[in-house]
Design a protein around this ligand. Structure first.
Ligand code: BGC
Length: 729
């Protein structure tokens, strides 16, 4: 071999040795090219007991910015922590904390930053209850993707959303946070939200991990109060409360949050049946469960644990991997493991689940967030346009006598009421980093739509109280106008967490303002901004038209005014029942049948709600053809809907199933499929329902097993019904 070839060979050898040496210095868990599971196992094998336990703790920096949450913790944080609820609005502080975790700890495990991005981060979309009324999961998915983007650009990679608690009691303030009273609707919107937040891969740097909450049954809170027990049979658990969570898990949701409620004697945060048997074993969820805020500690209040140590043991063994803020794991898991009360396998399994998510998110490989200014992070035009469309599609036209709406362009309008110029209250609860100054008020929206010269404003009164001094000005404004647009509703703090109300009626002062204005003889168009179904029996009599606008978010008055002018055609339908009075609760569309069909009603009230689930008017006139079966295997049903008006409009066709006789009695009808489509003026669209007999016609039993019985079934779409027959095998 020549000298020069020798040199090359020696050089190559040295490089190989050197390279090998370098590789040996980089532990496998740091190598981005290795499979996640390999990295997890390698890291786990290097961790001390203390390091493992710190991964299972979630801390918070600053206050929990929910005004109703009285807990505030701001401690000096160890750098090895598993997760942090980050209340900042910029990535700089977050990066500083992350640098400590990466550079000042033995193993350099990144912190997972979390936040309640519920219906937007800075661009605020309508509250989830409103979103459900759009019946447009595509829009909801897109909104969650925008929310994820703003959140992630701020350095937060995990949101505590979506909330998929089926909720049927409007007194419960948290009804605003979920997708309404129906099981299937919650399941479909849950999956859409998970897709929107997470995208197709968690390593996408503009997406965030989702957290299905509150697992499970929180929506059944007794009397609509918060934090109270729930009475839920195994049957109801399976047929009502679990399905949205199952849909979310199937959609790939990275995490779940255990709920505050006691489920018929077993608190949800210490419930091995739901957390381990169902979630981990049956659904094979490989992510983790975080407790709700202090929920482990609250096992003591609930009478399940004698103290913090036992609470930690119960929650951990039941299947809660991460402790949100109450430090029960931090303080007691070590001794629980050392005393053998908690096995090391369970501990490793929990840590593995947390690390897995950090690896999947790419946090080990890209721990820092680019520090971009707000203008580059928030409210990009696409997000604002989406906020507009989703708000427009979420509003529900409850009443429109004599075609009062849409209003003609030159109409002289009095915009009156406590909500007319209140930006903040249009944001709703859990509105993230949303700012009132970004919101278009209802009054501003009306001025922009109809011309400021045609619009007068008077506040009339406050949201509550007894001050009537603004009434004369409001009456004068009404008299000087052709129509009154009356803006009533709730303050944003009246719904959300720890915000239950004993009545669904608006405070008397608001109803009184409506009465006084109705005496002017001017037609009243009522705009309602609220986060729960309302009791409208008295108000309804005073108004020609009612548009439920919910809490529309940043877009606020813009889309609402567009609906009043006809620039938008209303297409929302109620995802929750509006009772005649609060005393009708519980009232929801799919209750089980009555033993005496036409008896048993209240003596002082009809049996029906004021506005049923699915109610919502349009400026178009939709006519349903007969339901046809176009194929029996696979089973496909179709219905053609014609828009018999001169306006384009969108219709949501809801497909319901009824099973008249079953070994487990079933709700009168169950929503199984829905689809929203634009139908051109004078045109028709054919909607399909591809029936999967076991899923769509069958039911679930108290063990969670689906079954399909032979016999008769009825399918309903709009006013049409179709009889199906499932033969004996
Ligand atoms: C709420 C959760 C929320 C958590 C963190 C709790 O009080 O119930 O929904 O995600 O706080 O802020």
């Amino acid at each position: 071999m020549s000298i020069s070839r020798k040199r090359i060979v020696i050089g190559l050898l040295l490089m190989a040795i050197g390279g090998g040496g370098l590789r040996a210095e980089v532990p496998p868990y740091r190598r981005a090219t290795l499979p996640v599971e390999e990295r997890v196992e390698d890291l786990l094998s290097r961790m001390t007991l203390r390091e493992k336990i710190l991964q299972l703790n979630q801390y918070t920096l600053g206050r929990n910015d929910n005004p109703n949450d009285r807990n505030a913790v701001n401690t000096r944080l160890p750098a090895e922590i598993g997760s942090l609820i980050y209340m900042g609005s910029g990535p700089e502080m977050r990066n500083r904390m992350q640098r400590r975790a990466m550079e000042e700890t033995r193993l350099g495990i990144p912190i997972l930053f979390a936040y309640n991005t519920v219906h937007g981060f800075r661009t605020i979309f309508p509250i989830p209850l409103a979103q459900a009324c759009s019946w447009n999961p595509r829009l909801v998915e897109a909104a969650c993707a925008e929310a994820a983007r703003e959140t992630r650009l701020t350095g937060i990679e995990w949101t505590f959303a979506p909330m998929v608690d089926v909720a049927r009691d409007g007194r419960w303030g948290r009804i605003a946070e979920g997708f309404g009273e129906d099981v299937h609707a919650n399941a479909v919107f849950c999956a859409a939200a998970v897709r929107g937040f997470q995208g197709t891969t968690l390593s996408d740097t503009l997406r965030i991990a989702a957290c299905l909450k509150h697992y499970v049954g929180y929506g059944a809170s007794l009397g609509g109060r918060d934090y109270v027990p729930t009475e839920i049979s195994r049957q109801t658990l399976w047929d009502t409360y679990l399905p949205p969570f199952e849909a979310g898990v199937r959609a790939g949701a990275a995490t779940l949050m255990s709920s505050f409620n006691d489920i018929s004697g077993v608190p949800a945060t210490a419930n091995g049946y739901t957390l381990t048997e169902i979630l981990k074993k049956r659904w094979k969820h490989d992510g983790f469960v975080v407790s709700d805020w202090d929920a482990i500690l609250q096992l003591v209040n609930q009478g399940r644990a004698s103290g913090r140590r036992e609470a930690a043991q119960l929650a951990f063994l039941a299947g809660v991997e991460m402790d949100m803020t109450d430090n029960c794991y931090r303080d007691h898991l070590e001794s629980l493991v050392e005393s053998g009360k908690v096995g090391i396998e369970r501990l490793d399994d929990a840590v593995r689940r947390v690390l897995r998510l950090k690896f999947r998110l790419g946090l080990f490989d890209r721990p820092y967030t680019p520090e971009r200014p707000e203008t580059e992070r928030f409210q990009r035009p696409e997000a604002m346009a989406l906020a507009d469309s989703l708000a427009a599609e979420s509003c529900v036209l409850l009443k429109n006598d004599d075609h009062t709406l849409p209003l003609a362009p030159e109409t002289r309008i009095a915009v009156i009421g406590p909500l007319a110029d209140a930006r903040d209250h249009l944001l709703g609860s859990w509105c993230g980093r949303g700012e009132a100054r970004d919101v278009t008020s209802l009054y501003e929206g009306m001025c922009a739509e109809f011309g400021a010269e045609n619009v007068r404003y008077a506040r009339g009164c406050d949201f509550n109280g007894e001050d009537r001094s603004g009434f004369p000005e409001a009456v004068a404004a009404a008299r000087a106008s052709q129509v009154v647009v009356l803006c009533l509703g709730e303050k944003r703090q009246w719904t959300g967490e720890n915000a239950s109300r004993s009545t669904l009626a608006l405070p008397p002062i608001q109803e009184e303002l409506a009465r006084v204005l109705s005496e002017t003889g001017k037609p009243i168009v009522l705009l309602l901004g609220n986060g729960r179904p309302l009791e409208l029996s008295r108000l309804e009599l005073l108004c020609k038209a009612i548009l439920e606008i919910w809490q529309p978010g940043t877009a606020g008055g813009k889309p609402v005014a567009g609906l009043l002018s006809g620039r938008w055609n209303p297409s929302g339908k109620l995802a929750v029942t509006f009772p005649r009075t609060t005393g009708q609760i519980p009232i929801y569309y799919n209750q089980r049948r009555n033993a005496r069909m036409d008896q048993g009603s209240y003596l002082d009230l009809p049996d029906t709600p004021l506005y049923p689930f699915g109610h919502g008017l349009s400026y178009s006139d939709f006519r349903y053809g007969e339901i046809r079966m176009v194929s029996s295997d696979p089973m496909v049903l179709e219905v053609t809907v014609t828009n018999a008006s001169s306006r384009d409009g969108a219709e949501s066709v809801m497909w319901y199933v009824s099973d008249p006789v079953c070994r487990i009695t079933r709700p009168v009808r169950e929503l199984r499929h829905f689809e929203k489509r634009m139908i051109r003026a004078g045109g028709s669209e054919t909607f399909r329902f591809e029936v999967d007999p076991l899923c769509d016609l069958g039911f679930v039993d108290e063990k969670g097993d689906r079954f399909l019985e032979p016999g008769e079934y009825w399918i309903q779409a709009g006013p049409r019904k179709f009889r199906l027959f499932i033969p004996e095998e």
